[in-house]
Design a protein around this ligand. Structure first.
Ligand SMILES: *Cc1c(COP(=O)(O)O)cnc(C)c1O
Length: 382
């Protein structure tokens, strides 16, 4: 059974992109591939909303995160890591792996960081070199106010690094306007590609840290990446097929327009949330930081959430995600980014209601009618 994915990575792949992935391979040290690379570089700068270089790595998103730590910090350097979920924690773990000192700012899961807290920390310690944040915390369905963080960080000596692996191409991040030094992303979420590309944009301010960093690195050395990119090249064999396919994704995104994409993702999120409420569910994230890329819904008391997700997948071919680490069994998550459109969301909700019915949910809650979720979603999405 072909699965309809509403997971926050990987996400569905449009037919034009699938066609590009099926093309014969070309060699990368050719003018033909240089043309491809030039096109993707231009397109990525539009999507990242930056004039900075965007390096294309052959790795999953975490590889680009690792590059953002290995290249910016030296052992013993101090960095703030904002952790309000599983992916924020990854910044702390990466700092530890590279023997940097992380000043952890813990944010309760489901809430967004208060930029004032970051301002205070930066004020108290002028040696802090980097602030690591997350645009969309995929484990909790929270979006961070990156614009506000940028205002706090841009006039200090520290660099602002943002994990936008799930947020890019779904949630607005104005890299240059907001003073974001490094933006990290991956191919399998908003960019509608299979996994395998790690992307990282780097500002001149961050490039200074790259030049100074004494951390060991080889494959992810951004100095090598920069030297190659200046000649429209890559230091190692790039993921040729994925870069070719990326250009198809970029074309699709250009055609719709970034602002329209953000609007659509937001509207789809609102449709899902309104369906959840109609079905008597509550949402995990606070209302003021609800993500436009992924929504986490609390599993209600008396419902086996994991069984619901499994049945949707195995019996009906619709995959949504469960909870991760401490949220395992407590939430289920649906993505509304990339190629996920209104039809997918209506199908997923219809399937969910069918499974809920099979599990006796509507018998246990006679005041909630089967079909009310789908009806609520349609009312919002039009
Ligand atoms: C998916 C995701 C990652 C991890 O990316 P991989 O491609 O699995 O390495 C990191 N951060 C966020 C916010 C994500 O959504």
């Amino acid at each position: 059974m072909e699965q309809r994915l509403l997971t926050p990575g990987p996400t569905p792949i449009p037919p034009q992109v699938r066609e590009a992935l099926a093309r014969p391979i070309i060699h990368h040290r050719t003018s033909q591939f240089q043309q491809v690379l030039k096109e993707s570089e231009q397109g990525l700068r539009e999507i990242f909303q930056t004039k900075n270089d965007v390096f294309i790595l052959a790795s999953s998103g975490t590889g680009a995160m690792e590059a953002a730590v290995a290249n910016l910090l030296s052992p013993g350097d101090k960095a703030i890591t904002i952790q309000g979920g599983k992916f924020g924690e990854r910044w702390t773990e990466l700092c530890k792996a590279y023997k940097a000192v992380s000043i952890v700012v813990d944010v309760p899961w489901g809430k967004a960081v208060d930029p004032k807290v970051i301002a205070e920390k930066l004020n108290a310690d002028k040696d802090i070199k980097v602030v690591y944040a997350t645009l969309t915390e995929t484990s909790t369905g929270v979006d961070t106010d990156i614009k506000a963080l940028g205002e706090v960080v841009r006039n200090t000596s520290a660099c602002l690094v943002v994990d936008a692996i799930s947020g890019l191409g779904a949630v607005d991040i104005q890299t240059d306007n907001w003073g974001v030094d490094v933006v990290v992303s991956g191919s399998q979420k908003g960019l509608m590609l299979p996994p395998g590309l790690g992307l990282i944009s780097v500002s001149p301010k961050a490039m200074k840290l790259v030049a100074e960093s004494k951390s060991p690195r080889y494959y992810f050395d951004l100095k090598a990446a920069k030297k190659a990119l200046d000649k429209t090249d890559t230091p190692w064999t790039p993921a040729i097929g994925l870069v070719i396919a990326l250009n198809e994704s970029i074309k699709i995104m250009q055609k719709e327009g970034l602002q329209n994409i953000f609007k659509r993702c937001k509207l789809m999120g609102e449709a899902i949330r309104s369906a959840a409420k109609a079905l008597g569910f509550t949402l995990f994230a606070d209302a003021n930081c609800m993500s436009n890329a992924v929504t986490a819904i609390n599993v209600p008391v008396g419902l086996d959430g994991e069984k619901m997700v499994e049945t949707m997948k195995d019996k009906y071919g619709v995959t949504i995600a469960g909870g991760q680490s401490e949220l395992k069994g407590k939430v289920f998550r649906a993505a509304h980014m990339g190629y996920i459109n209104k039809d997918d969301i209506i199908l997923a909700l219809t399937t969910m209601e069918t499974v809920l019915d099979e599990m006796g949910y509507f018998t246990q809650h006679p005041n909630i009618k089967k079909g009310s979720g789908v009806a609520a979603a349609k009312k919002v999405s039009g």
